[in-house]
Write a protein that binds this ligand. Structure first.
Ligand SMILES: Cc1cc2nc3c(=O)[nH]c(=O)nc-3n(C[C@H](O)[C@H](O)[C@H](O)COP(=O)(O)OP(=O)(O)OC[C@H]3O[C@@H](n4cnc5c(N)ncnc54)[C@H](O)[C@@H]3O)c2cc1C
Length: 377
């Protein structure tokens, strides 16, 4: 029996744990820093068909259809006028049981937690030290030490475990952007709508069949170090109001009084793909690499990486990091390109962007390359 420690109870750690479920060769424990998980927030997440296929393997297709949504298109609109520029038919990448899906993040976490028995998750615990050789000895914040055969690190963008293992500062970089998200009701489109404006974009999509939608905006913003690390700033109603006003003023979409449960946070990304030379330690999800949130692949890639690490351990392979590095490179490039294109402000550039976008969305080769290569496992 191989013992596996999983650090972090997010989408990546939980998907990996589901792979181990009911496999008699493995035993695992998840260590989670928080005292509990938020299973009630209404914010959304988009999952492309690559991750839906992997989620279906563990029973995702049994979730009631009214709790999730299947957008068929991504509409691109000018934020100022709400005039549609063009759309992409993402349902082209669907197959019968595998559809592009949007839902509440908390529903996904609940689903992933469902088969995991309560004693497998140790809350309020993080790693404070590690000795690694053939076995891995963890010193934990609850003053205990435990020995494992494998360590799977899934503690997110600020991965403290990564800094401990690599014995250096691995902090992510502030992406000169702030995210503003909220819940919104009764929008008259069941698709994903991406509104493009100068130095910002926002996205709306349904999270279920009950008229609930997710709103997420990424706003380019230079902040001082003091501001970036000031959690109170991001929570303050003055800051939230100034961000939402900034958007209200730049769009003709009537958002006034429609948006609820606003939250804002600074956007961080990974600076580089680290060299990981360990046989029995694996990084997955945002702890491995965090993308700019403009290609909606973070969660899907977290799930893919969880699956790949399980296969790597099961088959005693040595190709995980090589394969992952290549995929991450492709997605990072697309995420950065999307961000650049979505936020153009010069009117000439905007004019040409719109012309090019209209052409590209009808070009099968382009779509197969830009999306298909990522959406197909
Ligand atoms: C604005 C925004 C919008 C996004 N939208 C999408 C989208 O539509 N589609 C998509 O695919 N992706 C999206 N993403 C990305 C996606 O949310 C992440 O990539 C994904 O949640 C990463 O999952 P994870 O399990 O790696 O990390 P997380 O979800 O961050 O989970 C990490 C867990 O580890 C715990 N933890 C942290 N430190 C420690 C520690 N030291 N010890 C123990 N536990 C610890 C945390 O409490 C947490 O529970 C978005 C990201 C942002 C910022």
């Amino acid at each position: 029996m191989k013992k596996i420690a999983i650090i972090g109870c997010g989408i990546s750690g939980l998907y990996f744990a589901n792979q181990l479920q009911d496999k008699k060769n493995y035993d695992y424990i998840i260590y989670e820093k928080k005292a509990e998980l938020d299973l009630n927030d209404g914010y959304g997440i988009q999952l492309s068909v690559n991750s839906i296929e992997l989620l279906n393997e563990i029973g995702f297709s049994n979730i009631a259809a009214k709790e999730i949504s299947f957008p068929k298109k991504v509409n691109f609109l000018e934020a100022k006028t709400c005039k549609k520029i063009c759309d992409i038919d993402i349902s082209k990448f669907n197959s019968e049981n595998k559809r592009y899906t949007t839902l509440k993040r908390s529903l996904l976490i609940k689903f992933l937690l469902d088969k995991i028995s309560a004693e497998k998750v140790k809350y309020n615990v993080e790693i404070i030290g590690i000795e690694h050789g053939k076995k891995i000895k963890l010193s934990l914040s609850n003053n205990s030490t435990e020995e494992f055969d494998y360590l799977v690190v899934s503690d997110g963008v600020f991965s403290k475990t990564k800094s401990i293992i690599l014995a250096k500062d691995t902090s992510p970089k502030f992406f000169n952007s702030v995210a503003l998200r909220g819940n919104i009701k009764n929008i008259d489109s069941n698709d994903i709508s991406v509104y493009l404006g100068p130095n910002f974009h926002f996205v709306t999509y349904p999270v279920n069949q009950n008229g609930e939608f997710n709103f997420i905006s990424i706003i380019r913003k230079k902040l001082s170090n003091n501001e970036i690390f000031d959690q109170k700033l991001f929570e303050s109603s003055v800051f939230l109001k100034s961000l939402s006003n900034e958007i209200h003023q730049k769009t003709s979409l009537n958002l006034e009084n429609k948006l609820k449960n606003f939250k804002s946070f600074p956007v961080y990304v990974s600076e580089k793909f680290e060299d990981f030379n360990y046989k029995n330690i694996y990084f997955i999800g945002d702890a491995l690499f965090t993308f700019p949130p403009s290609f909606a692949q973070g969660a899907s890639q977290s799930i893919e990486a969880g699956k790949e690490v399980f296969e790597e351990i099961k088959n005693n392979n040595d190709s995980y990091y090589k394969k992952r590095r290549l995929k991450i490179k492709k997605i990072n490039l697309r995420s950065k390109l999307n961000y650049f294109v979505f936020h153009l402000s010069n009117p000439f550039m905007v004019f040409f962007r719109n012309l090019i976008l209209k052409k590209l969305v009808n070009n099968k080769n382009f779509l197969d390359n830009y999306l298909g290569k990522i959406y197909r496992n």
